[in-house]
Ligand binder design. Structure first.
Ligand SMILES: [Zn+2]
Length: 353
C-alpha cells in the first residue's frame, strides 16, 4: 500500500489511545484537562526524593513537556527514596538528569523532556525557569525556594512549594498575583542551623510519596485550571497522622509581592558557599569565576589524575579516594569528603579554580 501508515491506526492497534482513559474519567480532568496537560510545561527544580516522585506522576499523567533541573549525581544513599533511580545509576554515578531522562523516556515516550543538568542560581534562573506553566519544588534548601518565589511573583508563574524531612512535610501553592506568596506567610527563611535536613533528621520513603503526591496534585490542579485550586499550606506527619492547614492572607507589607523587593532574584540574598550535599559524602562547590573549557581541562589533566572521563555535560576524574565532577556551568562536585576546605584544595591543585 502507498503512503504512510496513520499513527492513529497504529495506536488503535496497540491500545495506546487508552493511555489516559482512567484519568480523563475524573470529571475535574476530563478531555479538556487532558488537552491542557498535553500543552503544559512543568519545570521540576530538583530531582531528589520529591522530584523523583513528582516527575514520575507528571510524566505518566501526560504533561506535554517536563523540564528537569538538577545539579547532583546518583548515589547509593539515594536509592531508599529516590524512585527514578536504580543500582546501575548509582554504580555509574550518572547525573540525576541523565538517569531521569532514561527512566522517564521509558515511562512515556510521547512527552518532551528538557534536560537541564545545572545548579539553579540568581544568574541563570530566568533562562532555566522561563515559559513554565508551573514550577514544582523538589529542592532541599530555602535559598532556592525564595529565589523560586521571587521569580514566580515577578513572572506570575504558579509555584508549588514542597518540603519533606523525617516523617513529615509540607506543600503550598503560590499563585501570583492572587493570594499570598511564600514571603507573605514566611517572611524570612529559617536559620540554617535551625532547619532539620534529610541529612540530620533522616527521611522515610512513604513521607516523600505522600508529600510528592500532594505536590503533583496541586500541579495538576493548576495545569487543568481547576475550580478547586488549593491556595493553602498543608502539613502532614505520616507517622503520627497529625495534619493541619494554614491559609495566611496576603500581607499588605510583604517585601516580595507588595514592596516588590526581589532580593534573591537580584542576588542580594542567598548564600552560595561550598556546602555538603544532603546525600552525604560530597561537597558542592559553587561556580568559579572562570568558565572551564572541559575539553582543554581534560587534555591538561590527562596523566596526572585517575579515571578521567568526559560525560555529555561534565568531566569526571579521581584523585586518591576523592572523585571530582566538573560541570559545564562551572560548578564542581567533590565526592568522598564532607570537608569544603579539602574539596576546594583539591580543585585548586588539579583544575586551578
Ligand atoms: Zn507576598
Amino acid at each position: 500500500m502507498w503512503g504512510f501508515e496513520s499513527p492513529l491506526s497504529h495506536h488503535q492497534m496497540d491500545g495506546r489511545e487508552h493511555r489516559y482513559d482512567r484519568q480523563m474519567r475524573v470529571p475535574a480532568v476530563g478531555p479538556a484537562g487532558q488537552e491542557r496537560l498535553a500543552q503544559a510545561r512543568a519545570t521540576l527544580i530538583g530531582l531528589g526524593a520529591l522530584g523523583s516522585v513528582t516527575a514520575d506522576l507528571l510524566a505518566r499523567a501526560g504533561v506535554g513537556t517536563l523540564r528537569l533541573i538538577d545539579r547532583d549525581v546518583v548515589e547509593w544513599s539515594n536509592l531508599q527514596r529516590q524512585t527514578l533511580y536504580d543500582e546501575a545509576d548509582a554504580t555509574a554515578t550518572r547525573t540525576k538528569v541523565e538517569a531521569s531522562i532514561k527512566r522517564l523516556r521509558a515511562i512515556n515516550s510521547e512527552i518532551r523532556l528538557e534536560p537541564r543538568p545545572f545548579d539553579l542560581t540568581a544568574t541563570n534562573h530566568r533562562e532555566l525557569l522561563a515559559d513554565s506553566t508551573v514550577l514544582v519544588d523538589g529542592t532541599d534548601n530555602f535559598a532556592t525556594r525564595y529565589l523560586l518565589n521571587d521569580f514566580a511573583v515577578i513572572t506570575e508563574t504558579p509555584f508549588i512549594y514542597a518540603g519533606v524531612v523525617s516523617t513529615y512535610g509540607m506543600v503550598g501553592s503560590i499563585l501570583p498575583p492572587h493570594g499570598p506568596c511564600l514571603r507573605c506567610t514566611y517572611p524570612e527563611p529559617p536559620a540554617s542551623q535551625e532547619t532539620p535536613t534529610c541529612r540530620s533528621a533522616g527521611v522515610i520513603g512513604p513521607a516523600v510519596s505522600v508529600i510528592a503526591g500532594l505536590a503533583a496534585t496541586r500541579a495538576l490542579q493548576v495545569i487543568v485550571e481547576s475550580d478547586e485550586i488549593q491556595g493553602n499550606f498543608q502539613y502532614i506527619d505520616v507517622w503520627s497522622g497529625e495534619h493541619s492547614s494554614l491559609r495566611a492572607p496576603q500581607d499588605p507589607d510583604c517585601p516580595c509581592c507588595q514592596v516588590r523587593d526581589f532580593a534573591w532574584a537580584e542576588a542580594r540574598r542567598g548564600t552560595r558557599a561550598a556546602e555538603p550535599l544532603c546525600g552525604g559524602g560530597a561537597v558542592h562547590v559553587p561556580p568559579s569565576e572562570q568558565p572551564p573549557d572541559l575539553h582543554a581541562t581534560a587534555s591538561r589533566l590527562a596523566g596526572s589524575v585517575e579515571a578521567l572521563e568526559r560525560g555529555p555535560s561534565f568531566l569526571r576524574f579521581r584523585s586518591g579516594e576523592l572523585e571530582v565532577y566538573l560541570f559545564a556551568d562551572r560548578r564542581a562536585l567533590v565526592r568522598g569528603t564532607e570537608d569544603p576546605g579539602r574539596a576546594r584544595a583539591l580543585l585548586s591543585e588539579t583544575v586551578g579554580s
